[in-house]
Design a protein around this ligand. Structure first.
Ligand code: NDP
Ligand code: GDR
Length: 340
């Protein structure tokens, strides 16, 4: 998997953790397009099974360099940081599935809190001038006391995932304040795409719509249909990560569309896009309800707009249609739809 055709002597060097994920893949494409030498940290198993585990990176594999490392190992992160000596580091790797964080709080904290701490400490020790992006989340607001949420809204996380992101946010601010590092947190609201993992509700819905439409399935079991989220497109959101690291001073920013919709709205639109009535296929199943739910999240991204002119381009309706169309196409051609 060693890649050769980047001019690492000339280009700015960006290191991405979580490069195999939804955001990592779009961010790698964006940075390669900007002329960066792009390096990624992946788990060793990914290098042994590139067809499956690196499928989202198919567009950029020849232009990036991958290093094995794990968030659970300070030594492995330190080694990679020392080899790459990045100018910018985008820390996206995480146990990112909120539901799973209720099943295993311990590994969620270990990966998300210790992993963030190890990475910050390695960068401070090796390349303290490196600019660092931390993937914060709207889940930090959780049971929010105001709508929409902005950078001043108080955190009230409702899951160990949310708690781990609050800890990562504070670690990031503390490295900025205590050691003068250029370290920022993006507080990103839900963002989706045809590359979204199947465990998240949007992809679960669009994959099911494609299967039902193709006659391969008859039912979709979901949890809370009334939860409301502010859904944007991942490709728009990774651009904001880059902008945050190009500012004169480091800061934290909310990234969101400013519009919220219910899970039911998403379901209704996804089914109606292929001419189906969701009420004939969708049932609710207590197994998919969470012990503590976040009922409504909606973000105010006006600070990012003022600072670097960011606003979302892809609207909710277009996002839903794009995801349904991609899953229908993938099923028709029996391709690996995670890549689309
Ligand atoms: P994904 O779940 O698609 O990707 C997660 C990435 O983290 C994968 O590359 C995964 O690698 C890697 N990873 C997980 N555990 C480890 C580990 N122990 N060691 C090394 N790598 C690991 O997430 P997204 O791309 O959607 O999100 C990116 C980040 O942004 C995450 O931190 C997420 O919490 C955060 N976020 C996401 C939002 C969203 O709506 N998408 C909103 C707000 C924040 P592997 O492929 O090997 O599993
Ligand atoms: P979320 O995304 O928890 O917001 O975290 P997810 O798509 O899992 O849930 C969104 C909402 O849908 C409700 N829901 C269901 N969710 C899932 N996964 N499966 C179901 O069957 C189902 N039925 C209803 C949930 O209860 C919830 O209210 C995502 C992740 O990307 C995080 O990493 C990120 O930080 C936040 O978005 C912002």
């Amino acid at each position: 998997m060693e890649i050769v055709n980047i001019d690492a002597m000339q280009a700015k060097r960006a290191l991405i953790t979580g490069i195999t994920g939804q955001d990592g893949s779009y961010l790698a494409e964006w940075l390669v397009g900007k002329g960066y030498a792009v390096y990624g940290i992946v788990r060793r198993v990914a290098l042994a099974d590139p067809e499956r585990r690196l499928s989202r990176l198919r567009n950029v594999l020849p232009n990036i360099q991958l290093h094995a490392g794990s968030l659970e190992s300070y030594a492995s992160l330190h080694n990679v940081v020392e080899q790459v000596r990045p100018d910018e580091c985008y820390h996206l790797a995480a146990q990112s599935f909120v539901t799973y964080s209720f099943d295993d709080e311990f590994s969620t904290f270990n990966t998300n809190i210790n992993g963030t701490h190890y990475l910050l400490a390695a960068i401070k020790g090796v390349v303290p001038g490196c600019r660092v992006y931390f993937a914060g989340s709207s889940e930090m607001f959780g049971k929010a006391e105001e709508v929409p949420q902005n950078e001043s809204t108080r955190f009230h996380p409702r899951s160990s995932y949310g708690i781990s992101k609050v800890a990562g946010f504070h670690l990031t601010s503390n490295y900025r304040e205590a050691y003068g590092m250029y370290a920022c947190s993006g507080i990103l609201f839900n963002h989706e795409s045809p590359r979204r993992g199947y465990e998240f509700v949007t992809r679960k819905i669009t994959a099911a719509v494609a299967a039902i439409n193709a006659g391969r399935s008859q039912e979709l079991r979901l949890g809370n249909l009334e939860a409301r989220r502010d859904w944007g497109h991942s490709r728009d959101y990774v651009e904001a990560m880059w902008h945050m690291l190009q500012q004169p001073t480091p800061d934290d920013y909310v990234i969101a569309t400013g519009k919220d919709h219910s899970v039911r709205d998403f379901v209704e639109l996804a089914f109606s896009h292929v001419g189906l009535d969701y009420r004939q296929y969708v049932t609710t199943d207590p197994a998919f309800f969470r012990p503590a739910e976040v009922n409504v999240l909606c973000g105010d991204a006006s600070k990012a707009k003022r600072a670097f002119g960011w606003s979302h381009r892809v609207e909710f309706e277009d996002l839903v249609r794009e995801m349904v169309d991609a899953d229908c196409r993938a099923l028709a051609t029996a391709q690996n739809s995670a890549f689309l």
